[in-house]
Design a protein around this ligand. Sequence first.
Ligand code: NIG
Ligand code: FE
Length: 380
Amino acid sequence: MTLLIDDIGELLTNDGPPLTGAAVIVDGDRIGWIGPAGQAPAADRRIGVDGAAVLPGFVDSHAHLVFAGDRAAEFAARMAGEPYTGGGIRTTVAATRAASDDELRAKARKLVAEARRQGTTTIEIKSGYGLSVDDEARSLRIARELTGETTFLGAHVVPAGVDPDAYVDLVRGPMLAACAPYAKWVDVFVERGAFDGEQAREILVAGAKLGLGLRVHANQLTEGPGVRLAVELGAASADHCTHLSDSDVDALAGSGTVATLLPGAEFSTRSPYPDARRLLDAGVTVALATDCNPGSSYTSSMAFCIALAVREMGMTPTEAVRAATAGGARALRRDDVGVLRAGARADLIVLDAPSHLHLAYRPGVPLIRAVLQDGPSNHP
Ligand code: NIG
Ligand code: FE
């Protein structure tokens, strides 16, 4: 079954400059052909999009969607002047442990659907609100029902009343063994009050031995060893990157580690934003993601993150859209999403606007007219 999409105002492929007068043929779950509309091969069906912009679906490479409850009161207190410390993670852990599988599944599904309506066609989902062998494993089992991009984050914080060294041993031993079958990635929150560089190294190295790829929550609240560790261990992504030294930037620039920026977190914690311009000017690959979670960033909107990145982080509108698509794909080491080219997955967005620039130019406006996504094999 083939589908011709034409009457496209602007086609952003991420494979070169935006195209005008182009058409796309979707063949099953893949892009079959892209070229000048007048030369399009015959297709079974045709959709004209009336001069709309078409671009790759968003790749949200950082989200925490398996949890129960919310922390609206904590948010309100922050907006009244309380600082964000990450201490609220334990509130969500208690609610998550008390929830049934069905409750967790229903809530995560709803968030994936919410993200998808807003143009997200690939999403990463972390565990990290279970913090016991059984609760982490069930979080990842549920996440696996929703995406192939699952991340074990048993090292989110040390649970209340548990000895930190004993917890690190649990995470890198039995918890990792129980979770690895459902996880593609392993992540550690490297921060004062969470895990230090040596603890993180032990956990990440143990994950790599079981075949998991590496990601790190790095330099969110303070400058620390997270970014350098991510680069040293060849992690796919260092996430947050809010407090960086010059040597952190240099390390990222010479590496295959993507800097994933999460401006929803700075918005929702009333904190200074990361400096995307500094990273881009140094040659670092930048991704944008939502960090969707009930504590520091309860948004599933990639368009909102794009608008923040442009207004607050020194990115151009085009750089921000690229970071939310191709950048996210790099952060997940995927070359079949975040780009529109023959052979890539047929994941694309039709905007209610003539150009991708409108995503930042018209903040808060629901501009996603349609989301096309390939077959059931690639969730969400
Ligand atoms: O990425 N920083 C650590 N983890 C999450 C926040 C989790 C929470 O506050 O519940 C983050 O921002
Ligand atoms: Fe996070």
